[in-house]
Ligand binder design. Sequence first.
Ligand code: XMP
Length: 331
Amino acid sequence: DWVMRDHIAEAVEAIRRQVGDEEVILGLSGGVDSSVAAALIHRAIGDQLTCVFVDHGLLRLDEGDLVMEMFAGKLHAKVIRVDAADLFLGQLAGVSDPERKRKIIGGLFVDVFKAEAAKIKETHARHVAWLAQGTIYPDVIESGGAKSKKAVTIKSHHNVGGLPEQLGLKLLEPLRDLFKDEVRELGVALGLPHEMVYRHPFPGPGLGVRILGEVKREYADLLRRADDIFIQELRNFRDEASGKTWYELTSQAFTVFLPVKSVGVMGDGRTYDYVVALRAVQTSDFMTADWAELPYALLKKVSSRIINEVRGINRVTYDVSSKPPATIEWE
Ligand code: XMP
């Protein structure tokens, strides 16, 4: 629509004025905010933008390829994909404490990104002067206000502070004034697929906090396949009354890997395999949340598909805990 087109034109003009003929680096995560920021900045300055996409090996099924297809393939943006799965999984070996896992993942993320940014600064002919971030208005409020006064850290999030200073870069935050739904509208107007722009949130540490205890590649591979089935069926099943899919009717839904084995039976044989839990919640602010009353037919389909298609998992459970006292993620 016209309002959005005007808004894009204005934002593009502002970015061009701000950046001039300097270059910009942006950390692409596959999430909504960094994706929309990347698309907007790319629209404004094209090849003066270099995106860095750090794949920590804890992303969802095919996520890395999809990000590359979209940004490098369709938008023709400059994207460097750093395959750091070995590094992350290596450092996580033997670590089962949730907070330590978060710290390790967050710390490595910064290290890898910094190393890549330094390389870009060295090799690019033009002056690399900017670090772009997909900060949105609620982030701005959160970091200045109530959140920092909280006495207890329930979960340490790894949104990176201090990085621009350390890199000697100025901050470019073109989404700073926008609310989430405005960011989504902007993303669609910029040509990003609806499916990407209306995705459920995904935590920075990724599957690292959805594999309970020690993270292993084997667990991540099983979890990715199980979770993909769950998400597919949430997108397939529609609620008659509202006409919406259950993916749209839930605020966040995912699968959790439990590193315990239970006995099952398949054909003539006994199995002794892993357990997963399905989690689906409805919430407006993620501070409190209700577990979603998914239709039994959906749960049934997901359960039978996971157990039949993912060898190594023989039991599926559904999490019926609300927040509080449970949290949305299991770690
Ligand atoms: P909890 O589990 O605290 O989650 O109820 C609330 C929301 O925050 C997300 N979350 C994270 N996001 N880094 C992130 O970027 C994190 O370490 C992290 N931990 C939780 C969670 O997915 C939910 O949307």
